[in-house]
Structure formats: structure tokens, C-alpha cells
Ligand binder design. Sequence first.
Ligand code: MRU
Length: 328
Amino acid sequence: RYISIAGVEDGWKVISKMQVRGAPAIAIVGCLSLAVEIYNETFITKQMFKQEIEGKLNYLVSARPTAVNMKLAADDLIGMVNDWVEKSVISVTEIKERFIHEIEAMLEKDISNNMAIGTFGAERILKDVPSGSSLQLLTHCNTGSLATAGYGTALGVIRKIFDQNRLEHVFCTETRPYNQGARLTAYEFVHDKIPATLVLDSMVASLFKSRKIAAVVVGADRVASNGDTANKIGTYQIAVVAKHHAVPFYVAAPSTSIDFEISEGDRIEIEQRPDREMTHIGEHRIAAPGIRCWNPAFDVTPANLITGIITEKGVFAPNDIRKLLELQ
Ligand SMILES: CSC[C@@H](O)[C@@H](O)C(=O)COP(=O)(O)O
């Protein structure tokens, strides 16, 4: 479904209600909602522009707390505006135009990041299988075109392996309780005619036992500087089970999902979602009335369960992710 977004208030709502979701898409839609809002506004002074965009970007950051992309985008944009404001040669109109241009550029940058992640990830995963043979993968949640500006992160890696005719099959988890796997990832696989099978979250151990899964590849909402990774609830238990079955476990994430200011995963704020997402499917109640619920939207996979973090700059061992800073 297409939903019109007239400004920041709409942007905040679609993010908070998860009509738009996925860490990169949250940042891009949030920032675009601000671009739309200011497009027809006239600013008298640079200070007025600066104050307005700062307040509104920080408001957008508050829509969902775990994914870091919106926060990093807000910090970058605020930093840029501060620089431009200090340069007295630039008019407020020019600052506004540059600001909107920077936001539009996020779309193209995200797609090119995802293509690079796809290439690096495919290369790494295929290195471990005999040349010319095809492989089976598992993914969790949705990390595709519907979670990014296009192509996808973990799903981009899967697309790349498929494009190279090396994908025998991919399994996607249902991803309870919001069912991003069943609703979105499955949709993208069917749409692109990628050979795929849906499994329940509780089937992963059995899947590893009964099928030869070459690797797990998932996305990230926030990677801490020690490589601990927050991603959709259920990711951690897949990583534990993957370790038991000696299945390599990869996180695919652009540098816009890496938070070098957070030292370890325990410091990442985990969003709690409403009980209703667990107790109901659509309008239909499935849980016994009166039962209490615990509904964290994300969990943190410790770095020692992660084989590699696939970024647009290459694949890093989780404890080496800080090397990415040297490449920026
Ligand atoms: C490229 S999207 C990466 C992550 O944002 C994704 O794996 C995920 O956990 C999404 O959670 P969601 O609650 O649907 O926003």
C-alpha cells in the first residue's frame, strides 16, 4: 500500500505504527518527510532554519528507539546545517536546497550500499562452498526492498547469490509476532521468483538438522562498536542454534546501522511493542484474555556468535568492525 506523507507528523506516525519499518527505510522516510514539509516553507533567517530542522529531526528520532539509522542521519544533517550556517556566504534559500538535496541523495546511496553489501556477502558465503555448486540459506525478518531504499541488505546478499545461479533454496522465518518474514520477505521472494520456503520461528533447529544450510544471513538495527548486534527478536536464538550446528552466521548491515558511540550490545535500548501485536492476528484475538505479555521487538546477538559483518566496505570480523572507521 502507498501512504501519502505530507510532513514530519505523518512521517513519525508511519514509522511508529510500523507502516514503514526496517532500519534504513525508517531513516530515509523520516528524513524525506522533513524534506516534504520544508519544501514550500520560507525561512527568514538561517537560525530559524537551523532551529526548525534540529527540533524536527530529533522528534523523528523518537519514533522508534532501537534502529540507529535515523539518529545517525539526524546527527549528520544537523552537523552539515551548522557548518553551512557558519559560512555567511551561503543564503538561507541555498541552505534549504542543499539540505533537501542531501536527503534525496540518501536514496541512491542506500541502494548503492546494498548492491555493494550483496557483492561482498555473496563472495564471502560462496567461498565456503565447492565452486559451481549451489547452496541453501536461512534469513529472518525482512531486509529487502521494503526495508531499505531498494535491493536490500541480507536480502540483497541472497538476491546476488540467486542472480549468480548459485542459490538452491532460501528459507525465511515467519518472524513472530509482526510476521515480517511471512508478510514481506515471502512476498519479495515470490515476486522475484526466488526459490523459497517459509518456516515457523520454532522450526530453525529442526531445519538445521534436516537440511544442509550453508549460512544464515540477517540484517541489523544497530551494531555496537564491539560487534554485538541488535536485530529483530528471534535473531539471537537463531545464532545460538547456528553455532550448535556449525552453520556460519552473517549480519549484513550498511555503515549507517553501526553505532560506534555504543561500546556493547547491553547498552542498546530495546523497543517494547504493544501486547496486541502478540495477542491478536489482525482483528482476531488468539491469546487467552487476561494473560500478561512481554513483547521486546529486538534482541542482541553477542559478537562471539557472529561469523562476519557484511558492510558496503567489505566483510569484517565482529571484533574488527572499528576498522570500518579507517575506511570512511
Ligand atoms: C535492512 S532492515 C534491518 C533490520 O531493520 C530488520 O532486520 C529488522 O529487524 C526490522 O525490524 P522492524 O521492527 O520490522 O523495523
